[in-house]
Write a protein that binds this ligand. Structure first.
Ligand SMILES: [Zn+2]
Length: 160
């Protein structure tokens, strides 16, 4: 699905579409093993790149390909909202974080760097400086993400 104000190059290999299909590529950091939950239209996975003091943050994305907020149908947006809320509560229980922040970027000027809509859900801790751009994002290893995924899955499984 392509829409207005799209920036993906013509032959774009979309990492989140690959993850949704369980396809592993050397160039793609996220894996389907990072997925902690799905619903009818959205998936939640541990992010590959972490902020320095917000380990194990989660990306919620539509399973189908939509580049940005402008293109996203309302019903898919509702599925993303619903999953992000479940993730936020699971993070509170699993990570014992002080708070939660969500961020979502559109177009290069909006800091978007993957051309498939995604919403970041961050665990927040007092003094974590999430919004301080001087702190670079760090690429994590799959094995490093696994315990966070396991904790979130357990918390999601315990909810009712
Ligand atoms: Zn995609």
């Amino acid at each position: 699905v392509t829409g207005m104000f799209n920036h993906a190059p013509r032959e774009y290999v979309c990492p989140f579409c690959l993850v949704a299909k369980g396809i592993i590529r050397e160039s793609v950091h996220s894996r389907d093993s990072d997925i902690v939950a799905r619903n009818s239209a959205a998936m939640a996975l541990i992010a590959s790149h972490w902020r320095p003091r917000n380990p194990g943050h989660v990306i919620v994305a539509p399973i189908a390909h939509y580049e940005n907020l402008y293109d996203l149908p309302d019903e898919i947006g509702a599925a993303i909202f619903s999953l992000s809320r479940r993730i936020a509560i699971a993070m509170k229980n699993a990570y014992r974080c002080d708070g939660i922040s969500t961020r979502q970027h559109n177009e290069p000027a909006g800091y978007q760097d993957v051309w498939h809509y995604h919403l970041h859900v961050f665990p927040r801790f007092a003094g974590d400086e999430l919004y301080l751009d001087d702190n670079p994002n760090r690429l994590t290893r799959v094995e490093e993400r696994e315990p966070y995924a396991a904790e979130l899955r357990a918390a999601l499984g315990a909810e009712q």
